[in-house]
Ligand binder design. Sequence first.
Ligand SMILES: [Zn+2]
Length: 446
Amino acid sequence: MFIKKVKLTLSALLLNGVIVGHANAWSDHNLITYPVLQSMPEVADQAPVPVETLTEFVTAEAQGLEDLLAANEVWLRENFPHYKPRPDAIAFDADSSDLLLSFIHAIRINPEAPLTPYIKLLPAQDTQGRRLMQASEVAVYSNLNDYKKLRFVEVKSGDMVTPLEVLSSANDDPDNGLDIGLFEDNGTPAGKMYGFGEQAFGNPAVEFSSQAPFHMAFYHEASILYTLAPFLNDTFPDYRVHMYKALAEYAFRTGHDYWGWRFMGWGLHYVGDMSMPYHATLQPGVSTASSIWTNTKDVMGFPQAKTDAIQLLSNRHFVTEKFQAVIINDAYAEQDSSSVVLEALTKQTPAVEYTDSTFVDVFAKKSYDKSDKLADYLIRFVPAKLVSDPSFEVDGSEEIEQVVELIRDEHGHDGLSEMTNMVGELMHDHNANTRSFVKSVLQSKN
Ligand SMILES: [Zn+2]
């Protein structure tokens, strides 16, 4: 009974407070991925390819996709111990009268997500005469405030686009709503149909939060935590990466290069999420014993330590993302290629050979291993109010908007450099991971 209660209270650690505002990891993945891709000749030097709609692709390749997805499903069931099988009733059917919908169901993405071809522009990039699109033509959210400064342009079937711009734009697609509303308790028809079960963490009633278990994963915690909190296994980024990699390779093999690059971008999104330690670690900087003790006190009727822990976890997660967003946007605005972050993202970095276990064993592990250091840096170099005061809510505060200035005021230029170098280290990992994944997928391209 007691253990059962500890289990329940551990799951609350990842409830709405932590996830609601920021299941994004890095905001605007394209900003951190573009510099890496631009420094890879195997991407940057590729000739333009014609745009193809998803309907055109699945219609041209119906039988091949049916076979591919069936084989992939068998592989996933055999190889991923915590996989939630795709129900047989929604397997892709090459004879379906609505091939697009059959495909969307089979790969279990949000049927509401617009899959229209588009290009996401970099800051200050010219529209090249293309029509600027509304954010609602690209993303599903009822609140699109985060999209105010982002610009998307329309491309149509047959238009020529560079692989670099397709891949870099597609890298953000999963944050535009592909993974929203897919659980049984999200109150959506797709959630009832897809077989992912109930949402393990994040608030199922909050739209954006429902993507959390697809964009975060805890593969490397102490084994007792999985006993106390089996829900820690109910995450899906590894499945997403495996499926999109298989689809990208298939598209390249069959000459549908636009979808080769676009599916590769979708897979690459989750690779990017994993380089953010707060997406790969339950409680960065907090020992397993301390985490369990906090939860035990909660069960015994002393919930304050738990409430505080949730707030601090949430604040530190948010501060990391905001700090990174400010310095990468500044680097673009100043076109400063010698900035720590852009240098970390463009350096020719050795890439490990990508295999089916690399995502979990290498990418997520590197991030998990850096989580203590990141938490330590936050505590040392960010003003205490933002990262060590559980009575303060960072999200929506005036202070978070000035996070860089506040760090400089309190810890001087050296403190700011320390934090910037810390983010540079994470960007360096993102660089290496991106190279590894892209090189592997491109082996299928002739
Ligand atoms: Zn994400």
